[in-house]
Design a protein around this ligand. Structure first.
Ligand code: NAP
Length: 224
């Protein structure tokens, strides 16, 4: 049975990915930081683990709890937007956004990549980035801190591919679309169902590569 790991699966796109992989018959390992969200994931047939991605002991713990797993798909979905205003950034906001979106990835991706490499040779390691992280396609400075964090996340993913790509780990940074979630808001273009279905289809059809790729949820390429 194919196995997917979703990090940050309490709500929004992460939760929908769990539901769709389960509906498709996959074994799903999923993390959330609150016990009630872990209970809800268990009720969906997933194998839950409690994880705050900013807790360094918990990140190390997930490494040993999942030791020996062979992951066909691993998705680092957890992320925060930070302040909705631009201008002088406060250190607390900077730390919260950079820790969750970047530092956690620097810690988690090296732990997860060998489990993806241990799958049948065409494992996918994905992060939920954003088109706002693109340097080459940038046309607005709005959300500067979030943009910087997702650009840095993309950098971490590219480095992950340089280290683990040759072991059969295909690394993908996703823009999930503008999605109606707590983060995306009610006016966003896409439902979580449409976004998650596109991400899953892109992962299923993406050719194996030792180089990182940056994709829209519908599979089209985005410039780094
Ligand atoms: N929605 C969009 O339009 C959009 C667009 C571009 C990119 N994205 C990216 O897509 C991903 C998912 O977004 P979403 O719209 O589904 O967001 P969301 O509804 O706000 O959900 C965010 C998820 O991240 C988890 N999370 C945040 N901080 C965490 C931490 N320290 N440890 C563990 N989990 C943590 C949340 O868990 P809790 O419930 O415990 O807070 C929740 O499961 C994010 O990385 C986001 O940046 C979204």
């Amino acid at each position: 049975m194919a196995t997917a790991l979703i990090i940050g699966a309490s709500r929004g796109i992460g939760l929908e990915l769990v539901k769709q992989y389960r509906a498709d018959g996959w074994r799903v390992i999923a993390t959330a930081r609150k016990q009630e969200d872990c209970d809800a994931l268990l009720a969906l047939g997933a194998e839950p683990h409690k994880l705050d991605v900013n807790n360094v002991e918990a990140v190390a713990g997930i490494g040993w709890k999942l030791d020996g797993e062979e992951l066909d798909v691993a998705i680092l979905n957890a992320g925060v937007y930070g302040p909705r205003h631009d201008g002088f950034p406060m250190e607390t906001d900077f730390n919260a956004v950079m820790h969750t979106n970047v530092l956690a990835a620097m810690r988690l991706l090296p732990v997860l990549a060998p489990m993806v490499a241990a799958s049948r040779g065409d494992g996918k390691l994905a992060v939920l980035s954003s088109r706002m992280g693109s340097l080459s396609e940038r046309s607005s400075p709005a959300g500067s801190l979030y943009r910087a964090s997702k650009a840095a996340l993309n950098s971490v993913l590219i480095d992950t591919a340089l280290v683990h790509g040759k072991q059969g780990v295909t690394c993908v940074a996703f823009h999930p679309g503008w999605v109606r979630t707590d983060m995306g808001g009610d006016s966003a273009d896409l439902s979580v169902e449409e976004s998650a279905a596109g991400i899953r289809n892109t992962l299923a059809t993406l050719p194996a590569s030792d180089q990182a790729t940056y994709r829209n949820y519908d599979g089209t390429t985005i410039g780094w």
